[in-house]
Write a protein that binds this ligand. Structure first.
Ligand code: SF4
Length: 377
């Protein structure tokens, strides 16, 4: 816990201001499948999640959220993703809203970023909801990427700080900030820099797309142990790729990390990340084919033979964020309803069936390994 940050209040829960670190999770079900989403939200709530996030993309999702609200006692957070304008519809049914500074430019291009944030803040004030400014490595606001071309960490920190300045001007204090990346070392760097810059603002910790167990939990630990031990972090989520009915493990791992740091138990993993790195998203309501989680597991299994090679394979669950978030990987797969798109960095190699893609992946992986060996000769 950090005693320096100010307290943010969310339906009886205090984040920051010296409160114990709270643990969050997120529903991975389709929001429009109300029964499944209520089941998922309650599974997380009953397993100790202090807050449960649900993603919405459109008016139909937003309408379903009202029903979810009626059927759960969980503190609900909504992820506005690309469509911040849905804030008006969903605010009455949630306790906190997350907006991504990197997605504000998509709509109402005639308005300034300040005007859009003011609009969201006015809705939050009217309904008494808290906010999270959620900056993510895969979708940093273009203006900051342009300004800090060669320094991604700086672009993330500056974007978050800029939004804090806007919120300060609007005299809105009931917010937290997150600065997430899939690389735990970048998460440490971003959060340390931000914490020095804004020691008053509560921080939500997360390593995005940490992936499958056990690696996903290890990657997350690398970042969280270091940050929590320094008093950085007021709330957290461990983002793991898990089947729907095992999603509660995110909460278990979060609580375990907090307890271990408290007890002085640090897990040393000196060689971690030196070989093949498989990143995969934790999935959310946007996943259009439930085979995604199984595919991520199969990718890990069929590429084990290459575990000594320093390469990254990214597996993403949807066609909305998948194409962008696989751009930096040596090989990337993003999942559509019936097919998987395979990429090499930003180049699309083809579209394949869920089973068929695994052989093509291995072929391409072998080719990259051969090319690397030739380059070393
Ligand atoms: S990549 Fe798509 S499915 Fe995965 S968490 Fe992100 S938005 Fe959800």
């Amino acid at each position: 816990m950090s005693a320096k940050t100010r307290a943010v209040h969310i339906k009886g829960l205090q984040i920051g201001g010296g409160a114990p670190i709270s643990v969050q999770s997120m529903a991975a079900t389709r929001t429009q499948d109300i029964d499944a989403t209520v089941g998922q939200v309650n599974l997380l709530h009953n397993n100790g999640a202090d807050l449960v996030r649900v993603a919405i993309d459109n008016d139909k999702d937003a309408a379903c959220l009202k029903e979810v609200r009626n059927q759960t006692q969980a503190r609900l957070v909504v992820d506005l993703q690309e469509n911040y304008r849905l804030a008006e519809t969903v605010a009455p049914f949630v306790d906190k809203m997350r907006y991504n500074p990197g997605h504000l430019h998509h709509h109402e291009r005639e308005k300034t970023i300040e005007q859009k944030v003011e609009w969201i803040v006015n809705i939050a004030k009217e309904h008494g909801t808290a906010l999270r400014v959620g900056v993510n490595c895969g979708s940093v606001a273009p203006a900051f990427l342009e300004k800090y071309k060669n320094d991604h960490v700086k672009a993330i920190v500056e974007s978050a700080s800029y939004h804090c300045d806007i919120l300060d001007k609007l005299k809105f204090e009931n917010f937290v900030v997150s600065l997430k990346d899939s690389d735990p070392n970048k998460v440490i760097e971003c959060n340390q820099q931000f914490s020095q810059r804004r020691p008053d603002v509560p921080i939500h910790l997360g390593v995005t797309e940490a992936g499958l167990l056990p690696d996903g939990a290890i990657k997350t630990r690398i970042a969280f142990e270091k940050l929590i031990a320094k008093g950085i972090g007021d709330t957290l989520r461990v983002s793991l790729t898990l089947p729907f009915d095992e999603k509660y493990k995110e909460v278990e791992h979060g609580r375990q990390i907090i307890q271990d740091v408290k007890d002085g138990k640090f897990i040393s993993v000196p060689d971690f990340g030196k070989g093949l790195n498989i990143i995969s998203c934790p999935s959310c309501s946007r996943v259009q084919n439930n085979d995604f989680v199984e595919l991520a597991q199969q990718v890990k299994e069929v590429t084990q033979y290459a575990k000594e090679h320093k390469l990254t394979i990214a597996v993403m669950g949807c066609r909305v964020n998948g194409p962008g978030e696989t751009d930096d990987a040596d090989l990337g797969l993003w999942c559509g309803p019936n097919s998987v798109t395979l990429k090499k960095k930003s180049e699309t190699l083809g579209h394949y069936g869920y089973k068929e893609v695994l052989d093509v992946l291995k072929e391409r992986l072998n080719k990259i390994i051969d090319e690397k060996k030739l380059a070393e000769v």
